[in-house]
Design a protein around this ligand. Structure first.
Ligand SMILES: Nc1ncnc2c1ncn2[C@@H]1O[C@H](COP(=O)(O)OP(=O)(O)OP(=O)(O)O)[C@@H](O)[C@H]1O
Ligand SMILES: [Mg+2]
Length: 242
């Protein structure tokens, strides 16, 4: 579980352009559940994700990952927690242009120093799982929207993270790709991953795979709704412990 205790994040603190993007938020993000963060533009969703995913630190407050106080870790330990715990899917997928699908998938694993051949084999296996065997040597910018989406998901999985964080993953996708994305989320949830998605998209928060909807406004949480069939449904999930 990830637990936020009175977390505040101020961008540009102490300057005239300071913005309190996340304002005194306390929240629990359960394991093995799909949580959607929604709220108007500027309500702090992306900022909250960066704090949860160890991409930024809170200005005030604490964040725990299970029993580890991650918000207080020195930089290099925080980087290490980020790499082993989280996979990220960014808006528009943020694939690196000029580089193949395969290399894009391998990128997040480079710092771990795994032998290149072993890493490449894992990346290839992931791409095959997402039906991209024939496209893995294609440059990122030449992939279709659906292919880029699947490469982005494969990249998020390369370090076998327990948590998947997706920021507006369906923005600008047509309905069939949204359905496909939700099907992948369903599979990941079944495989026991914990998933956080920010979304403006009702097709996402109304999806049956969603367990919890957290609504933000002006940096604060205004509601937390449990909409899933948990815990009964969760107990039936393949890959879940008893
Ligand atoms: N790096 C930054 N520097 C300064 N201000 C920022 C920065 N990132 C975000 N903000 C501000 O913090 C507030 C929250 O932004 P954030 O991106 O977290 O919102 P959001 O809910 O993700 O919005 P959207 O739905 O448009 O993606 C906004 O007022 C935004 O302008
Ligand atoms: Mg955002």
């Amino acid at each position: 579980m990830i637990r936020l205790e009175r977390v505040t994040r101020i961008h540009n603190e102490g300057r005239p352009n300071a913005v309190t993007a996340v304002d005194d938020v306390s929240l629990e993000l359960p394991d093995r559940r799909v949580t959607v963060l929604r709220g108007p533009s500027g309500s702090g969703k992306t900022t909250l994700l960066t704090l949860v995913g160890c991409l930024a630190r809170p200005t005030r407050g604490r964040i725990w990952l299970d029993d580890e106080l991650i918000s207080a870790l020195p930089e290099r330990f925080m980087t290490e927690v980020r790499r082993r715990t989280f996979g990220f899917i960014f808006q528009r997928f943020n694939l690196v242009r000029g580089v193949s699908a395969l290399e894009n998938v391998m990128l997040p694993a480079y710092p771990a120093g795994e032998p290149h051949a072993a890493l490449k084999a894992r990346a290839q296996a992931l791409l095959e799982r997402f039906h991209l065997r024939d496209r893995m040597h294609e440059k990122a910018e030449l992939l279709s929207g659906g292919e880029a989406q699947r490469v982005a998901i494969a990249r998020a999985l390369i370090n076998d993270p327990a948590w998947i964080i997706a920021d507006e993953p369906t923005a600008s996708l047509d309905t069939s790709l949204v359905e496909r994305f939700l099907a992948e989320v369903r599979d990941l949830a079944k495989a026991g991953k914990s998933i956080i998605i920010t979304s403006h998209d009702p097709r996402v928060w109304q999806a049956d795979v969603v367990d919890r909807i957290v609504t933000m406004q002006d940096g604060r949480i205004v509601s937390v709704e449990d909409v899933g069939k948990a815990p009964a449904a969760a107990a039936g999930r393949e890959g879940s412990p008893p």
